[in-house]
Write a protein that binds this ligand. Sequence first.
Ligand code: SF4
Length: 439
Amino acid sequence: MSIYNKKQKTLAKKIDSKVVLDKWKDWRWQRKHVITTIDDFELLTGIQFPADERGKLEQTLDKFPLSITPYYLSLIDPKDYKTDPIYIQSFPSPSELMINDCEMADPLAEDKDSPAANITHRYPDRVLFHVSNVCSMYCRHCTRKRKVGDVDFIPNKEILREGIEYIRNTPNVRDVLLSGGDPFLLGDNYLDWLLSELTSIEHVEIVRIGTRTPVVLPYRITDNLVNVLQKYQPIWINTHFNHPRELTTSSREALKKLADAGFPLGNQSVLLAGVNDCPRIMKTLVHKLVQNRVRPYYLYQCDLSEGLAHLRTPVGKGIEIIESLIGHTSGFAVPRYVIDAPGGGGKIPVMPNYLISWSTNKVVLRNYEGVITTYKEPDSYEPLFCDRNCEKCELQLNLDSADEYQSVGIAKLLADYDGDYSLVPQSNERFDRRVEEVD
Ligand code: SF4
């Protein structure tokens, strides 16, 4: 196991003069030597910040700590650091101190939608399980700044058991997403225990793991970790690459290990000003991802978290990027662009508009080239009236394995079997008046 390049060798020597060079690939060595101070950052990169800027930088660290693995630090180009995408994602900016009125500590209301410790239950059939407060690198754009950063806080078994019990007692939950912080910062034995508990629950069909370790600490993907995970298939793994420069030899090796072991891999990128707000960068990124068997899954609009205004882009930038991908590259390489609803409510897909107009028997569409075309609707379609009496239905639905949940939201309005014809916001004065009149 050798270090890949001269820069990393020099860095390893500077960090630990007695270092045996093959320690570089030991994830625990990387964790032990994360860069947490501006002094160390300056020493290792040779970058010097002016005195007035340093004061502000120190203040930002009081709000959200600095933590960069030596590996991720080695990807920064000190000569051009101000526009370097690795630097922007990992090193604080004084702009983080500016909090706008629209920004929130918990923009997605994850703590409100939390019926049990460390659980966010937002969608009908799946939950988010926060199993770690620690990340090896603290992304400056993190939406969970309120949670991560309590260094070395990994919830103990007693705390996690509360979440496990909630899942056990909620039969609708078929999909558990482990997140954090980073779940891969749990030790192998601890993960083994957690996964064995979760997969022993009959109604849990799949476990998903969200991790940034292939990006910032690729050496965490060890043979032993893979062996532990393999015992609990199906496990889906989602990682978080934001820029093509993050796909290095080390990260590609980590992805290969996971893909070879049979884990479906997805990627969630965040659209960030000055990092990846460019159709060409995003196209290169998605192409590199699929070359490494990672499917671009989501492109997130940056959340309204406190101090992130300098990293947010207009929504139009995301639409422009998706416009440059759909039709221009393979369909499975196009991520779904979403805005995670402020205040909770989940991901809302945002797309360029392809439907130009429609009548009762025709729709008018445009394609990625600007060609305008029509699609003729069938003349003979007999709408199937669905009263949810599935036993009598001519469509072949295996009732033994079908989970019959009642529809909610717009799907409920579309359902034939439900009499509701409108959705009314809770605070609607007109409807409040009606209730008063009835009383
Ligand atoms: S890896 Fe995720 S949870 Fe951790 S700091 Fe980055 S964005 Fe936040």
